[in-house]
Write a protein that binds this ligand. Structure first.
Ligand SMILES: Cc1ncc(C[n+]2csc(CCOP(=O)(O)OP(=O)(O)O)c2C)c(N)n1
Ligand SMILES: O=C1C[C@@H](O)[C@H](O)[C@@H](O)C1=O
Ligand SMILES: [Mg+2]
Length: 641
């Protein structure tokens, strides 16, 4: 079959299927494109002539469209994908951040950037970097450290093995991430006689690894010896659709569990054994139980510093670790007893074994009590009102003097925790929230109440600013029947919100809940918590006298700016305005944005967890010196690896 390399690529993608629970579906729903000279006459031509079943989307920013594609795959539990193609040079460079985000989170993402000429005839072509010591280097080499598979197709026939390998990585949940196939613009257009068998229908299946008997027996013996185990429910529980199995396993043996950002909403929040968020951005219920647990059983978790509180959370003198993970690499962390297997199969087999031993933990009513205590704290946080006479910000002693000025400029009669409470109580139970960066992920992991499974979509492996709105578009494409809400800070909104326009173009309604606190709030907290002043993190004009960024607060109407795109917008400065906006937004068919003005320093803050961050060991400021000293002391109580 005589085709160009690009035509062969498109034909091949159309022939990929996936079978899940006996049902076969197309693996690729579509392809995001931003055309330039690096791809328009090759991949662009192939898609124009015969795109098959691929829906061709037009992105606005390559990073944004690739985040959208990754979010689509995440929400679809890896069972369907959207590919992305960019031009050469800056277009491809823009996708590097999204590739890294997908890889850090183990999300399958196929990226097809254009590349400089394989023949080198016109070199240097527009947007070619030119490294004098190595002419094979192009911008696309920057994808190597952030991809799970990387290839450059310098001859048309190479696309065959490249695509076979790409599918291997995209459909292997334990090892997946970004797959980059860089195709020089001349090679995209070159003809080749491809064999018919390359285009035969291929049906992929996830490899659901079963536990090894030895590892299973080891873990059963260990659990039997323990009185106070705690399970950490990670993203792997969701990808293996093991939420119900986890819940009944925990009920059978009375084992409580905490949630990571990726694992949250595998099981609804009010399950009696669900302690909620664990770790740095966790709550005191999960963290206190973790502190005294004699066995930590991680399921589908990478044990990041946010989950383990920089390995300082687990203080029981005899604590041991079990790690159930389909990746040998992640299962080996913390010197854990590893059980390398699919989460659902592992839990089912563990259950069969444990049932023979009449095992039960020693927890009495402390789980119920501590959960209740935390629920009361959430209720308090949902009701922190900056208009009341006894108001104090959750984070006191940082900007106390400036709060009045913020209140005036932002017109903010809302606290951040209160706004989140209002949203949680007024959006429908099946709505999906999307987030990734700033102070919101901490608040959400702690305070967000999930009433339906798989309604919490947080990217916190890379915590990439700009994912929220791009990701919401991908989530909406994955779940068109559900309302989708991007939970985004003003800083992240300003960094990247281009795909909001794509949502309008596609008629895919997303709702942006923009928390305007006029600054990089969480970083301001971080610096001031560790002895620094407020430096470079508030959105203030340059003071013409001091030449510092300490002038007036920058007032921005995000509602007005988004309205110009055709988004239905609202500004909310009070709980009543926020409720009215949420209710009205539900009635809209186009994307909406609520510009929520919140007072800085009113987000949640620290609940029995520590985060190891580098602190200057030499500083003129004595508060920093003390902070550096305190860090060393704390570090002494953390595990070394
Ligand atoms: C792409 C990217 N750049 C930088 C950071 C570091 N960073 C994390 S949060 C943050 C500020 C976020 O500000 P905003 O979105 O307004 O949220 P807030 O903390 O105010 O709630 C920065 C700069 C990041 N996570 N991602
Ligand atoms: O540096 C960071 C600090 C975190 O608090 C924040 O959520 C995250 O986005 C980040 O990058
Ligand atoms: Mg902010």
């Amino acid at each position: 079959m005589k085709l160009t390399t690009a035509q062969a690529l498109v034909k091949f993608l159309n022939q990929q299927y996936i079978e899940v629970d006996g049902q076969e579906n197309k693996l690729f729903k579509g392809i995001f494109t931003i055309f330039g000279h690096g791809n328009v006459l090759g991949i662009g031509q192939a898609l124009e002539e015969e795109s098959g079943d691929l829906e061709v989307y037009q992105g606005r920013n390559e990073q944004g469209m690739a985040h959208a594609a990754a979010a689509f795959a995440k929400q679809k539990l890896h069972q369907q994908l959207i590919a992305c193609t960019s031009s050469v040079g800056p277009g491809s460079a823009n996708m590097v951040t999204a590739a890294a985000t997908a890889t850090a989170n183990n999300i399958p993402l196929l990226l097809i950037p254009g590349d400089t000429f394989a023949t080198r005839q016109p070199d240097p072509v527009l947007q070619q970097i030119e490294q004098a010591h190595d002419p094979t280097i192009s911008t696309n080499d920057a994808f190597k450290p952030v991809s799970k598979y990387w290839d450059r197709i310098t001859r048309p026939e190479q696309i065959m093995t490249a695509l076979i390998n790409a599918m291997r990585v995209l459909t292997r949940q334990a090892e997946t991430g970004a797959v980059t196939l860089a195709i020089p613009q001349d090679v995209q257009t070159e003809a080749y006689d491809y064999p018919d068998y390359f285009f035969k229908k291929r049906v992929h299946r996830f490899h659901k690894r079963k536990p090894d008997d030895y590892e299973l027996n080891q873990v059963v013996s260990l659990i039997k010896e323990k009185q106070r185990p705690l399970i950490i429910c990670g993203g792997g529980v969701r990808y293996s659709e093991a939420g119900n199995v986890l819940a009944s396993f925990c009920e059978t043996y009375n084992i409580p569990f905490g949630e990571t950002q990726a694992g949250k909403s595998a099981v609804v929040s009010d399950h009696p054994l669900n302690l909620g968020g664990i770790g740095v951005t966790g709550n005191f219920a999960a963290n206190r139980i973790a502190n005294q647990a004699d066995l930590i059983i991680g399921i589908g978790t990478r044990f990041t510093d946010f989950t383990t509180s920089s390995k300082q959370l687990f203080q029981h003198k005899d604590v041991d670790f079990v790690s159930i993970n389909n990746s040998d690499y992640h299962a080996s962390k913390l010197d854990a007893h590893k059980l390398v297997a699919d989460a659902k199969i592992a839990l089912e087999q563990l259950n069969q074994q444990l049932l023979q031993h009449d095992y039960h933990t020693s927890y009495k009513d402390e789980i119920t009590h501590i959960k209740k205590e935390w629920q009361e704290e959430v209720r308090r946080l949902y009701n922190v009102n900056n208009q009341s006479s006894d108001f104090t910000p959750e984070i006191e002693g940082h900007l106390d003097e400036q709060l009045e000025e913020y209140q005036k400029v932002l017109q903010a009669s809302l606290t951040q925790t209160q706004a989140i409470g209002v949203i949680n109580q007024h959006i429908t139970d099946d709505s999906i929230i999307v987030g990734s960066s700033g102070s919101l992920p901490g608040d959400l992991q702690r305070m967000w109440i999930n009433r339906r499974p798989n309604t919490y979509h947080l990217e916190y492996g890379y915590s990439c600013m700009g994912y929220e709105i791009s990701g919401s578009l991908g989530v909406k494409l994955a779940s068109p029947q559900q309302e989708v809400y991007a939970m985004v800070g003003d800083g992240s909104y300003l960094m990247l919100h281009s795909e909001l326009i794509t949502s309008i173009q596609e008629g895919q309604k997303i709702n942006v809940l923009l928390f305007d606190n006029a600054g990089f709030g969480c970083i301001n907290n971080l610096q001031m918590d560790h002895g620094m002043g407020s430096f470079g993190t508030e959105f203030r004009k340059r003071d013409q006298q001091t030449r510092q960024l300490t002038g007036d607060i920058l007032p921005i109407s995000y509602a007005e700016s988004a309205a110009a795109y055709g988004v239905t917008t609202y500004t909310a400065t009070t709980p009543e305005e926020l409720i009215a906006a949420i209710e009205d937004a539900k009635k809209q068919s186009v994307s909406t944005l609520i510009d929520i003005k919140v007072l800085p320093k009113t987000m949640t803050h620290g609940y029995d967890a520590w985060w190891n961050v580098g602190i200057a060991e030499v500083a003129k400021n004595s508060a920093i010196q003390q902070s550096a000293k305190a860090r060393k002391e704390k570090l002494a109580s953390a595990r070394k690896y």
